[in-house]
Structure formats: structure tokens, C-alpha cells
Design a protein. Sequence first.
Length: 498
Amino acid sequence: LECLSRPRGGVADLAAFASSSSLHGLSQVLGPPGSGRLGLKQVLWALALLASLAVFLYQASQSTTLYLEHPHLAALGGESRQELTFPAVTLCNVNRFRFSALTDADIYHLANLTGLPPKSRGGHRPGELQYPPPDMLDIFQRTGHQLEDMLKSCNFSGQNCSVQDFSVVYTRYGKCYTFNGNRTLAKRARAGGTGRGLELMLDVQQDEYLPIWRETNETTLEAGIRVQIHSQDEPPYIHQLGFGVSPGFQTFVSCQEQRLSYLPQPWGNCRASLDPVIPGYDTYSVSACKLHCESIQVQRECNCRLLHMPGHADVCTPTKAKCADRALALLEKSIRGVCSCETPCNVTRYGKELSMVKIPSRGSARYLSRKYHKTEEYIRDNFLVLDIYFEALNYETMEQKKAYDIAGLLGDIGGQMGLFIGASILTILEILDYIYEVLCPASCVLCRCWAVQPYVPGSAFIPVHVPHSGGQKQNQGFSETTEEPEPTDPEKPDPEPD
């Protein structure tokens, strides 16, 4: 009834709405209510209103397209601190097995890795000898270079350090050692510059390097130490991210901490911290993701894993080394990127600048020879000094930010709406309210155009069209000529058909 009681819209109603609307220009197009004429002035105002509306729609579409592209920008900065957490430092000798520590069984089992020919014993050929199955963890622990033999001196921030400050970690280079790898007990640097960080003197022990009989995938032609500087939150991935340090030189590594913040989808491609952590690791990192993916690939192809890979599968024996190499090579050549490891949204990296000087000098060679009971030639061929320090106690920041967010989109559209057509959100509500006022009575009139017979069980629900006439009285929605069916007596028989 409320809907039917409302007056129907017309030109006069539209003119009245235009005169009171906050949409600038609309009242000039229709003129004052009751004028009923459309002159040149109204035509010009209509053209101006349509042109402004077209420009507004174009600008709004451009702003919406820009927002849907999700652009971002990078904000660079830097901050100073009284102290900084010193990074983890992982060291690996490029020679994986000490020749003097290899037994006949080790040489026999490691033939595919080392290229060394198995030894005969007691007049028996190697193929006739029976050796127990190899324990790869035991072999790497026993035959790898021992830190207590390589480390000649250790100093951190002016205080002596020792082997106890390092932890054992396994990589593609075998048995390696990490300094300051414990996140909860991480050491902190309180000054920058040379001698204010970690300073090591190492012996690479070239006398223990394996002789080269033939080249394999694991054959190394160089001598020295492989080093990676990384955060405590990520495992070492030293065969790809490390750098080499050569004997006979003192290498200075100036570090600069970099804190990077990336945006998740759809603004960027980083992995949010709320995503599940990779099994075997406390935090997500690209290195952990790659190691996990490589482990899955090798287990799928060879039913084992390499020693440095996470998981609970058996460690691959040397006889499956070629299978593991093929699996990793196939993984690197995969076009679709099987190991698509996303960058975490918050990353700590360390920029490095390397410089070096030759050691020992003529004056120090004789002193070091007497101190360590080695010849001067041995000192020149095997000793190195590694000095890692912060350039300054500050860090660089790089933060991705949204270049155009929803607030910017609404602000631009609102500004363009006000500039070109003089409208706002309330103006849109006014127009919607007017449309409702017009359409509601019309919909009620359409509803009165159909009359429906009452529903009788067993009969069809048939609508009957009743034409409008001035003198005929109609029931609202139903015809008055419809008669109720007579009740039937259950005891009275039905009439016989004629």
C-alpha cells in the first residue's frame, strides 16, 4: 500500500529532483520545475555535463587500471646502532677427504667420488675383497679436515676464541664449520673496522689433499677455504653463495648489513611469515627451500638423500653419486622451475667488499716457521688469514611500499568526481534513492496486471489475465468470479457418467 500510494515519476518529478540535487549542472539542464521547455541554454548545459561525465569516467578507469596493476616502489634508508649482531660465518676446506685418514675400505667405496683406484691387499684384487657397507656420516666425520688442525689462531673483537666457538655443519664440501651460528647466543660487534670482528689464521693442509688420478664431478683443482657469510636464520648454501679465500694471502672482508622488506601478493612475490615452515628448519629462507627441494628430487630419483640435505631417508652411498648428480642437474635444467623458492618478506643480507695482501712477509715467515714448526715454504703454501668485520655500525634498509593503494584510488576518484561533475558519495545515494522512488510504483502496477485463481488440491495453478475497466470491481491480485468448489459427501456415490 505504501508503494501504491507513491506518485508516479514524470518530467515534473525529474525537474524537481534536479532542482534539489547536489549534482552540479543537472538543474541547469532541466530548468526550474514547471518550465516545460528546453532551450539553447539547456542544450549547452547538457553537452557540458555529458562531456564532464565522459572525462570523469575516463580518468576513473585509468585510476582503476593503475590500482589493479598493484605497483610498488622501493624506499631506501639507513640507521646507526651502538652494536650489531655479528653474522654467521661458515668455513669449508675445498678438499673433502684427508688422504691420510682414508682406509682401504674408504678408498674402495669412494672410488666414484675421488677417482682413486682401489688398492689390492694380500694378493687379492679389489673386486675380490669384501668390505662392509659404507657409513657416509662416519666417513665424512672421520676423514674430513678437522678444525683443531686447521685453526691456528682465532680472535673476535679483541678476545681469543677457539674450536668450541664453532659448530659442525655438512655441505656439498663435506664437513664444514660455522662460527656464531646459534641465533639465541649470537655474538655482537660493538665497533667497526679492521680487527673489530672475526680474525682467523688457518692452515689449508695441502699435504692432505687427494691426488688426482682422473677427473670426476667432485674433483677439485684449487686449494683454499670456501667461506659464506649469512644470517643465523638460514642454513649455509656455500657451494653457490660462498667465496674463496686463497692461502698465502690475508683477505679483508668488509661487511654491510642490509635489511630488506618485500611485499606479498598481489603487490610483490615474497613469502609471508604466516606460511608453513619448511620441515627441518625453524624459519623459512631461500637456502632452506632449495635444500628441501633438492632433497625431494634426489629421494624421488634415487631413493636416498645426500648427507647435507634435510630429511629422514638413507644417505646416498657413493655408488648412487652419479644418480644424485643427474637428479640435481635435471633439477637445474627444469624449464618450469620445480624449485620455485619465494623470497621471504623480511631478509637480512650482508654486502661484502674483499681486498687482500700477500703473507707471510719475509720477516714474518721465519717467525711463523719457528712458532708452528713448519718450513717457510709450507707457511707460504698453506697459511691464510681471514679478517671479517663491519665497515661501520649501521645498516641499510630497503623497503617495498605500495605505490597506489585503495586509499589513493578512492581519493583520486573522489577528487575527479568533484572536479568534473561536482558529485560525491552522497550525490550517488540521492540518485539511487530517486530511482527507487520511480521504480517502486511502476513495479506495483505490474503486479496488479495478473490475477491468480485460488489453489484447489488437484487442480492446476493457472493465472488469468483480467483487463482493466472503470466499472468492474477487482479483487487485489485475484478474480471475484472464482467460485469455491462444493464439498463432497464421502457417503454419496459419484454420479454415473452419461
